[in-house]
Design a protein around this ligand. Structure first.
Ligand code: LHQ
Length: 259
């Protein structure tokens, strides 16, 4: 397994666990970390059946490292976003296996939006999300203007972006921004159980449902029905579908192999 300097990646029992590992900086993103996250997400896609992103220490990720290269204000933001953030975000959002962001603490700026790039966000009750950007004179980036209105509606998205307040995990869940907020004591066991569930699921069906749900934003009903037919046709060719039906008829739990 490759070693990284700003993250760790462990793959076990079909679960790839990517831990952001700069705890003294609240896992703020520097250039090295962006490249390593992209690389690790690609490796996870090849070697696991689910990818989990989490943070070491008390935060998930505090967004752009504002002390990077001396001072983030001297960065060419457009270049950094295009060349470094986009590949990282797309490696997560377009990952062919299910992705979970296990948000253990603060998720601010690009750190919040990195979490939103995952398929499922599970947050500890003590965690929070902040579109911190306007506090430093920026607008949301790293996919925030794409995901926020889609996940929690235009009104909440606009408020979150303009006020840049901390949104507690439970509010984030109530507003539809994330999948679930769970008590701190249960958080670790909970996301591990969810990850194991997906790691033993019908991986091809997950892959197709992800692309269908994503495509729905740009499709009309007819196009979407057509896409569903095509992708369900592909699901129907898998061993997991056959196993699912046989297991149902045998009244037992299916044993999915992910193909
Ligand atoms: C940090 C950071 C950090 C460096 C905490 N950087 N050290 C994209 C393109 C390119 C450039 C521009 O930006 C973007 C997108 C973005 O992400 S912009 C938004 C960047 N992020 C932020 O503005 C959030 C900054 N951080 C905070 O507001 C706070 O740290 C939060 C609210 C996350 C947590 O507050 P506290 O729990 O009170 O912790 P703290 O502020 O004391 O931080 C602990 C340490 O972590 C501290 O270092 P120190 O040496 O004093 O212990 C901070 O300086 C460091 N840290 N965030 N983004």
């Amino acid at each position: 397994m490759k070693t990284y300097s700003t993250i760790s990646l462990e793959i076990e029992d079909g679960i790839a666990l990517l831990t952001l590992y700069r705890p003294d900086k609240l896992n703020a993103l520097n250039a090295q970390m962006r490249a390593e996250i992209a690389d690790a997400a690609n490796a996870a896609e090849r070697g696991a059946r689910v990818l989990v992103l989490t943070g070491a220490g008390r935060a998930f990720c505090a967004g752009q490292d504002l002390s990077d290269a001396g001072n983030a204000a001297s960065l060419d933001l457009e270049r950094v976003l295009r060349d470094e953030y986009v590949p990282m975000l797309r490696a997560v959002s377009e990952c062919r296996i299910p992705t979970i962001a296990a948000v253990n603490g603060a998720a601010a700026g690009a750190g919040a939006n990195l979490a939103l790039a995952a398929d499922v966000v599970i947050a500890a009750h003590s965690a929070y999300f902040s579109q911190a950007f306007t506090r430093i004179g920026l607008m949301p980036d790293a996919g925030g203007t794409y995901w926020l209105p889609r996940q929690m509606g235009a009104a909440k998205a606009m408020g979150a972006a303009l006020f840049a307040e901390k949104i507690p995990a439970e509010d984030a869940a109530a507003w539809g921004m994330i999948w679930q907020a769970v008590p701190d004591m249960e958080f670790d066991a909970h996301w591990r159980e969810r990850a194991a569930h997906l790691a033993h699921g019908p991986t091809e069906a997950y892959r197709h449902l992800k692309s269908a749900l994503r495509a729905s934003w740009g499709n009309d009903e007819g196009a979407q029905l057509d896409l569903e037919a095509k992708l369900q046709g592909a699901c129907g060719q898998t061993r997991d579908f056959k196993e699912g039906v046989v297991a149902f008829l045998d009244k037992r739990k299916p044993k999915f192999e992910g193909r």
